[in-house]
Design a protein. Structure first.
Length: 108
């Protein structure tokens, strides 16, 4: 019986610890959808009217995925070509999370 009674506090602990991570993941998706998806599309393909107009890169492409995290952070922060800068609109932490999300578009 003792082992069952210790499961509930453990599960509560796991839930409490994971909630901020889940919230952050939701915030990152919302940030991507509002700031990046208009050009890069929700699937990262760049297949949007604006993306086609400005030549937005497919985020899963080898060209983008070969860039270092630091290069991606710099591009998001300062902008590049027709891409505007987001350093005044997003925190460094948000930009780091968007970079992680971009890595998820890599071809599997």
């Amino acid at each position: 019986m003792k082992s069952r009674s210790s499961i509930a506090p453990f599960l509560a602990f796991v839930l409490i610890v994971s909630l901020p991570c889940l919230a952050l993941a939701g915030d990152t998706a919302a940030t991507f959808n509002s700031r990046c998806a208009p050009c890069h599309a929700r699937d990262g393909s760049g297949n949007t009217p604006m993306g086609k107009k400005v030549g937005a890169k497919a985020l899963g492409s080898p060209e983008v995925q070969k860039l270092s995290d630091a290069d991606l952070q710099k591009t998001i922060t300062k902008g590049q070509g027709k891409m505007p800068e987001f350093g005044t609109k997003l925190s460094p932490e948000q930009i780091g999370e968007v970079v992680k999300l971009i890595r998820g578009f890599a071809a599997k």
